[in-house]
Design a protein around this ligand. Structure first.
Ligand code: MD6
Ligand code: FE
Length: 199
């Protein structure tokens, strides 16, 4: 089922359980080489979400601000974006252009992600595609400027969101997860992959 909330295109149940497991296995392969870390916000507080990445660039944050970097904090290049994940990008966007970053976010039971814009990329005409696995996450969608009305939707395992067009610079965030709502991840929690063209 596909519908739109404030310009965010939500593909509910896009990945069936087998496809979710295949993507999860691929993500495990990435995280084995590029372990999760907790970035600090520019103000110096550790984020509650754990992060890793695949592709030419990963996303990073510390006292020097938010930015894309070509290496994991341990100094090694990021692993390649798995084919299973690229397939989702191409299947939904129809683009020939490949994403250069697959950011991997892991939410434990108490993790959340404040309202933000994705604006560290060079060209906002490219969409961002986001894949949810594991526990449900309450996704809040707002406007291209801070403030105003927001709408929330529970993203479930296998849901894919395309943020493009007028929604590309819309504020969004994850208020909370519903711990224990999915059995996909044996230890629970929520994984979110976001695919972006960076350059
Ligand atoms: C998340 N997602 O769902 C966080 N960004 O865990 C994002 O921040 C996001 O879902 C850009 C486009 C789609 C998203
Ligand atoms: Fe985002």
């Amino acid at each position: 089922m596909r519908f739109s909330v404030k310009g965010f295109e939500i593909h509910s149940g896009f990945l069936n359980i087998e496809a979710q497991r295949a993507v999860l296995d691929a993500v495990r392969g990435v995280v084995a080489k590029a372990p999760f870390f907790r970035p600090n916000t520019p103000s110096g507080k550790p984020m509650s979400v754990r992060m890793s990445a695949a592709g030419k660039y990963g996303w990073f944050s510390d006292r020097n601000g938010y930015r894309y970097v070509s290496q994991h904090p341990d100094g090694t290049p990021w692993p390649a974006i798995p084919a299973e994940v690229l397939e989702i990008w191409h299947g939904l966007t129809g683009l020939e252009r490949q994403p250069e970053c697959c950011l991997i976010n892991y939410y434990g039971p108490d993790a959340k992600l404040g309202l933000h814009q994705d604006r560290d990329e060079a060209d906002m005409r490219w969409p961002v595609v986001s894949v949810s696995l594991g526990d449900d996450g309450l996704f809040r969608m707002g406007n291209v400027t801070r403030g105003g009305k927001t709408e929330s939707h529970w993203l479930r395992s296998g849901d894919v969101v395309v943020m493009g067009g007028d929604a590309r610079l819309a504020y969004h965030g994850v208020d909370r997860i519903r711990a224990g709502s999915s059995t996909l991840l044996p230890k629970g929690g929520r994984l979110n992959l976001t695919l972006r063209v960076v350059e």
